[in-house]
Design a protein around this ligand. Structure first.
Ligand code: NAD
Length: 477
């Protein structure tokens, strides 16, 4: 197992561990200090990875589904076999608490083994004496998978598992902020797959645009911010790549007055602040009915004060630092601007413990709908609480955003919950919970939260081209 202090993390190209001439620093966000180095792949190394993937895919596309399912199971088992080392490595480079790092890795293994149960559907649409028409799904070729830093492993596996199962080869690129665990997985996975089938190429941000424009890559599967998604779409136009874009969100939660306040306060806190609020589907705007606004906001603040923020490597920690300096500066700006514009804080907003990228848990009391803390995707621990009185009005306010990723509705009135859910403009609506995801239900954004879906059979089909075979019976008139 390569450990954090070891600077010889390697790329995986054509089944081999490969060094690069240059390297990038990897920072532990709990200390703000460089603790390891990752290889910075060159354009030539990306070319090698793509060439290896193309060669491997020519054989892989002809393998049986059983063989591909077996490969996914092996990869899932491999993660479980190396859980301790991978967990510590992920916490060191990401900052998330050990229990969250372990949860991410366990879920990654679960996704792999669950995807191993999927089949590609083949449908006979017409079968008569003259003609048979069949629709089937064939691999696209080489998939470029580009992952963000907030869930570096899970969101990579969401791409790798369906891509391989559908018969594609993959070039996987982690974020420069969190390359190590992905590089390590590339090394561990290599003996379990044919050479070249899964290549891991890390480095600076320039690798993304190289992949997007690369003529040897047929599809980009991307999770990241909406501005980067737009650049990828532009970069992919020339080669008309297939795209799945999972982008940003500004999810609203709407809480009606009939809820159990103590219970819901805790659930809402974690809906907003888990993973230091660095989740695309974190609750980022909390609309509370006027009748319970004071009581519920106090209960959330009281719970927030019990939560332990600290170094993720400390077993007691529930919330770690922000993942990187850029994100820290961005959240500090949002918080400072909110204070300078006269907004009231129910908690947080002032103390920024050093060293590391720690941000205070900050809750803002009923800011105007036009305040940046409401309109922008913060992606950090600052949450606006907003009052509402009327269901139609709050639905309009919740939908008044360029984003459309997720939302949640909290009430004991089942009919009300469903009628509100159906009017929200987003890919997933949770009722009386948040952020539940599984390998079996499709997940994706509306509006500028992206297009295409991940997970479920629909997610698997995103890694295929549809082929229709129209067969006229020999000798028929
Ligand atoms: P980001 O867009 O900065 O980077 C994501 C990845 O894209 C990184 O690997 C980066 O190196 C690469 N990249 C950067 N510029 C590129 C370019 N021009 N071409 C190709 N690739 C490029 O995003 P991030 O800061 O890593 O992640 C946070 C964002 O991701 C948030 O907006 C969050 O909401 C979003 N996100 C969305 C989902 C979802 O499923 N919808 C999930 C997690 C995160």
């Amino acid at each position: 197992m390569t450990t954090a202090g070891d600077s010889r993390f390697t790329l995986t190209i054509n089944g081999k561990s490969v060094l690069a001439v240059d390297s990038i620093d990897v920072v532990n966000p709990a200390t703000g200090e460089v603790f390891a180095h990752a290889p910075d792949a060159s354009a030539a190394q990306l070319d090698e990875a793509v060439a290896a993937a193309r060669a491997a895919q020519l054989c892989w596309r002809d393998t049986s589904m059983a063989d591909r399912q077996g490969a996914l199971r092996r990869l899932g088992g491999c993660i479980l076999d190396h859980m301790d080392g991978l967990t510590r490595l992920l916490t060191s480079e990401h900052g998330k608490p050990l229990r969250d790092a372990e949860d991410e890795l366990r879920r990654s293994a679960h996704w792999l083994t669950s995807y191993a149960e999927f089949e590609l559907p083949e449908t006979v649409l017409l079968d008569c004496s003259q003609r048979q028409i069949t629709t089937r799904h064939v691999p696209i070729g080489v998939v470029g998978a580009i992952a963000p830093w907030n869930f570096p492993i899970l969101l990579a596996i969401w791409k790798v598992a369906p891509a391989l199962l559908a018969g594609n080869a993959v070039v996987l690129k982690p974020s420069p902020f969190t390359p190590l665990t992905t590089l390590e997985l590339g090394r561990l996975f290599a003996p379990l797959l044919p050479p070249g089938l899964l290549n891991v190429v890390a480095g600076r941000d320039q690798i993304g645009p190289w992949m997007t424009g690369h003529p040897g890559i047929d599809k980009i599967a991307f999770t990241g911010s909406t501005p980067t998604g737009k650049r990828i779409m532009a970069g992919a136009a020339d080669t008309l790549k297939r795209l799945t874009l999972e982008l940003g969100g500004n999810d609203a939660a709407i809480v009606f007055p009939d809820v159990d306040i103590e219970k819901v306060a805790k659930a809402l806190f974690w809906a907003g602040f888990a993973n230091t609020a660095q989740i695309c589907i974190a609750m980022k705007r909390l609309y509370i009915h006027h009748d319970i606004y004071a009581e519920l906001s106090q209960a959330i603040v009281a719970y927030a004060k019990t939560v332990k923020v600290g170094n993720g490597a400390d077993g007691e920690t529930q919330i770690g630092p922000l993942q990187n300096r850029m994100q820290y500066d961005r959240i500090k700006r949002l918080v400072d601007e909110a204070r300078e514009s006269g907004l009231d804080f129910l908690c947080g907003g002032t103390e920024w413990p050093q060293p590391g990228y720690f941000a205070p848990i900050t809750i803002v009391d009923n800011p105007p709908d036009t305040a940046p803390v409401v309109t922008e995707e913060a992606f950090g621990p600052i949450l606006p609480l907003l009052r509402f009185r009327d269901a139609d009005d709050v639905i309009r306010r919740a939908n008044d955003t360029i984003y459309g990723l997720g939302a949640s509705v909290w009430t004991n009135d089942r009919q009300l919950a469903h009628s509100v859910a159906r009017r929200l403009e987003c890919g997933t609506v949770w009722i009386n919970e948040s952020r539940f995801l599984s390998p079996f239900n499709a997940f994706g954004g509306h509006k500028q939260s992206g297009f295409g879906v991940e997970n479920g059979v629909e997610g698997l089909l995103e890694y295929t081209n549809t082929q229709t075979i129209v067969a006229r019976a020999p000798g028929s008139d």
